[in-house]
Design a protein around this ligand. Structure first.
Ligand code: OSB
Ligand code: MG
Length: 371
């Protein structure tokens, strides 16, 4: 399969409802999409870098520049038959894992199409359906949050995750637990606390949480290990895990008991599978995180979630929670039992709606081999 050209584009789409974390509120997304043009196959990838460098140092502008100057040129003109070959072609560039993942994942999709296989099978998945949870952002008021939780429970979701930060934590949890004493409930702090708040964090233990996600610094493992020793609640790491070595280190040091795998955060499917395997060997469950993806990234998350050690419900939920109209067909639907079925179709199993994408596109650049 020869990679003849790569198209980068930015689309803009409003979210159905704003999403607020400890680092800020997002109401509309700017999403960088890539298309690999490979001898008649067009394969799509999504870069999950945000509008701002707040969740990670990568953001849409750094990703665009790195893709156009370095990463796409490293692939264009090359004959590559497997998604896993992308990593070594791009390895000269340090970091920029979300930018790399967009291309690598598109290449895995191209390989699946070329081999006429569902992407999830190519990745080694075994599950025919995946369990879904939801991530609910910080709201303007407690009643608004309780309403949202009720809506998601009614829709069948199997785990509720709440964003927390100082001032939106213990009182919120008390209310939620008094309404729903038994639901599977977790919280995500996105690094909003420090180790000297251990006394405060220990109070989370009374709420029987499935996990406390990324309480401390985004790049830290060591102090999470110190914290985990003082908590009954299981810590889950998200931001801190950039590759399989980080996962091994976090597990060995006791920094967490659960790991959130985001394919963009670790640089693509190849590394995501390695993180999965390291965790599986140590009996640490993983689940698939989300980055408010469009259907293209969402379809990739679904395929990844079919691997065996994705044992907890992920943040992979229905298209309609995010978008009035998704850019794939069919859109992602979640059953009343809170499950998403894997498709038997070759590739991702979702058709990319190119006409709609064209309408949403605000910039576009096609990179071809230098003459
Ligand atoms: O920390 O998991 C996170 C969204 C943007 C950035 C970071 C995170 C999130 C989410 C949203 O929690 C998950 C989703 O896509 O629904
Ligand atoms: Mg998180």
């Amino acid at each position: 399969m020869k990679i003849e050209a790569v198209t980068l584009r930015e689309i803009q789409i409003p979210l159905v409802h704003f999403f607020e974390t400890s680092f800020g509120r997002t109401s509309s997304r700017r999403i960088l999409l890539v298309t690999l043009h490979c001898e008649g196959i067009n394969a799509w990838g999504e870069c999950v870098a945000g509008e701002d460098p707040f969740y990670s140092s990568e953001w849409i502008e750094s990703a665009w520049l790195t893709l156009s100057r370095y990463l796409a040129p490293a692939l264009i003109g090359r004959s590559v038959s497997q998604g896993r070959e992308a990593g070594s072609l791009m390895s000269r560039v340090r970091g920029h894992r979300m930018a790399k993942a967009a291309l690598e994942n598109a290449l895995w999709g191209a390989e699946a199409q070329a081999r006429n296989l569902p992407l999830w099978k190519l990745l080694g998945g075994t599950r025919r359906e995946i369990a879904c949870g939801v991530s609910i952002g910080i709201q303007d008021s407690h009643p608004q949050l309780l309403d949202k939780i009720q809506t998601e429970l009614d829709a069948g979701y199997r785990r509720i995750k709440l964003k927390v930060k100082p001032g939106w934590d213990l009182a919120v949890l008390e209310k939620v637990r008094s309404h729903w004493p038994d639901i599977l409930l977790s919280v995500d702090a996105n690094s909003a606390y420090t180790l000297d708040q251990v006394g405060h964090l220990r109070q989370f233990d009374q709420f029987n949480l499935l996990m406390l996600e990324q309480p401390l610094w985004n790049d830290d493992i060591y102090y999470h290990a110190r914290l985990q020793k003082q908590l009954r609640t299981s810590i889950c790491l998200d931001e801190s895990i950039g590759n399989a070595r980080d996962a091994a280190c976090a597990i060995e040091s006791g920094a967490c008991r659960i790991i959130n795998v985001k394919v963009g955060r670790v640089g693509g499917f190849t590394e995501a599978r390695k993180v999965h395997d390291v965790c599986q060997a140590q009996n640490i469950p993983v689940w698939c995180g989300g980055m408010l993806e469009s259907g293209i990234g969402r379809a990739h998350n679904i395929a990844l979630s079919s691997l065996e050690n994705f044992r907890l419900p992920g943040d992979v939920s229905a298209s309609r929670r995010y978008w009035n109209e998704d850019i794939i067909d069919p859109e992602v639907v979640v059953s009343p039992q809170g499950m998403i079925a894997l498709s038997e179709q070759p590739g991702t199993g979702y058709r990319v709606r190119e006409e709609l994408i064209e309408k949403l596109t605000v910039r576009k650049e096609t990179l071809r081999p230098a003459a």
